[in-house]
Design a protein around this ligand. Sequence first.
Ligand SMILES: [Mg+2]
Length: 171
Amino acid sequence: MIFEKILIPDLVVKTYRDVTPEMIKASGKRALLCDIDNTLATYDDPTPPEELCRWIKNMRENGVEIAFVSNNSWDRVRGFNEELGLVAYAKAGKPKTRFLQMAVNDLGIEKSEAVLLGDQLLTDCAAAKFFGIPAIIVPPIKDKTTPFFKFKRWLEKPYMRKYFKMKKENN
Ligand SMILES: [Mg+2]
C-alpha cells in the first residue's frame, strides 16, 4: 500500500546519538539531512545543546556532513544554527522535498549519498520517501501535548508497529 511505502522508516533508533559516522558510511552515504525539533533538540532549546554539538563535530570530522531541514520558522533555525553555520533551511514544508534537494545541492553531494533523520513519519519520513532517500526515525525527545500532535502520533502508530514487525521478521 502506498502509505506503507512512504510512512515506514528504514531504521528506528532510540536517539540521534545512536547514529554514527560508521553506520552512515557503511551504506555508502555521506550526509545527514536533519530535522531539528524533537529530533536533535527540544522546542525549548534555542541553541544546540553541548552534547549535540559534540555529535555534529564527530560526524563531520568522520566524513558525514550535516544539514538542517526544518519545518519551523527562520527565526528558530537561524538562532539554532548561528554558532554552527551549517547548511540550513527553515519552513521546508516537509513532506515536500524541495528543500531536501536544495540542501543536497548546497552540500555538493548526490541525492543517493543522503539520509534523512527526523522524528515524524508524516513529515520527515514521507519527505525522505518522496525524495527517494532512506529515513532514520527517532522517538520525539519531548513531544508537544496539543490535541493536534496527539492526533498525528495516533496516525503514525500502525506504521511504527509495522516497522517493528518487519524488523522482527527479518531477524
Ligand atoms: Mg521534528
